[in-house]
Design a protein around this ligand. Structure first.
Ligand code: KIV
Length: 309
């Protein structure tokens, strides 16, 4: 008998907002990806990402819309539940959909509360700047950890006149810096900087004590986030300049499915290796309709696995 003491494996601890903040202090870069289902969440969690965002980008990459405006709170709850099941370790952030928080603080708190209670997320993310600070303050006071999102805010696609880089002139850059500072003052634990010049992202990152997570904002942010299908080379409707495809999974999937189709048509799949057999004779020979190629069989019996009449 083994004399080794029997210890139960330690339960995996989920990464907290405090740990994400400590990573900035320690100069450790934060990695975040989006995920929308259990399988991708599990794979990303195993890869060691610090945070997973259930982004409203799902409106485009999962639902096939041309922007994120149609996504609902129920959509995000549904996908967040799956992601939380798949990822026991990463911090899970649920995106607040368009018009689920802008109108007033009560609605924002109720909707964010649903994402935490029903979805199981540990925090929420919302888009916008200084104008949202009073709402964020109330959400934080209600015990909801909030991640901000400034710069290119996709929910404002119509107001911005498209998915365009923001803050490339001094006036807009100053406004975005002010937005980021206001969100920090309101209690955000982190801020996504999207689609802004490297120079502006650097200034914001140094001006804030909370971590910045960049997407199209250069290398000086405290962390980086990418949409998982972008980084895997699976979404080719729109490939922005800031996307690096670390694999060509889309191509690999199309090739695999085409190979499957070819083998089905050729009758070379399934082989014996992928088939089951009966443990005894299932039908009396005369109960079996012969397969077309067996009609001329001399014994007229047909195959055991023919169609019973
Ligand atoms: O919805 C999303 O995926 C996002 C990231 C791109 C930051 O907001």
């Amino acid at each position: 008998m083994s004399t080794e003491p029997k210890t139960a494996p330690k339960p995996q601890r989920r990464i907290t907002t405090t740990q994400l903040a400590a990573m900035k202090t320690a100069g450790e870069r934060i990695t975040m990806v989006t995920a929308y289902d259990v399988l991708f969440a599990r794979l990303a969690d195993r890869a060691g990402v610090d945070a997973i965002l259930v982004g409203d980008s799902l409106g485009m990459v999962v639902q096939g819309d041309e922007n994120t405006l149609g996504v609902t709170v129920d959509d995000i709850i549904y996908h967040t539940r799956a992601v939380v099941r798949g990822a026991p370790r990463a911090h899970v952030v649920a995106d607040m959909p368009f018009m689920s928080y802008q109108a007033d603080a009560i609605e924002a708190i109720k909707n964010a509360g649903r994402l935490l209670k029903e979805g199981g997320a540990q925090s929420v993310k919302l888009e916008g700047g200084e104008e949202l600070a009073p709402i964020v303050e109330k959400m934080v006071r209600a015990g909801i950890p909030v991640m901000g999102h400034v710069g290119l805010t996709p929910q404002s696609v119509h107001a911005l006149g498209g998915f365009k880089v923001q803050g490339q002139d001094a006036t807009n850059a100053t406004r975005i810096l002010r937005d980021a500072k206001a969100l920090e003052a309101a209690g955000c634990f982190s801020i996504v900087l999207e689609g802004i010049p490297v120079e502006l992202a650097r200034v914001i990152t140094r001006a804030l004590t909370i971590p910045t997570i960049g997407i199209g904002a250069g290398v000086d942010c405290d962390g980086q986030v990418l949409v998982i299908y972008d980084l895997l080379g699976m979404y080719d409707e729109r490939v922005p300049k800031f996307v690096k495809q670390y694999a060509q999974v889309g191509e690999a999937i199309t090739t695999a499915v085409a190979d499957f189709k070819q083998e089905v048509q050729a009758g070379t799949f399934p082989t014996e290796a992928h088939s089951y057999h009966a443990k005894e004779q299932l039908f009396r020979p005369r109960e079996i309709v012969p397969a077309p190629q067996e009609i001329d069989d001399e014994d007229g019996i047909g195959g055991l696995y023919g169609v019973p009449v």
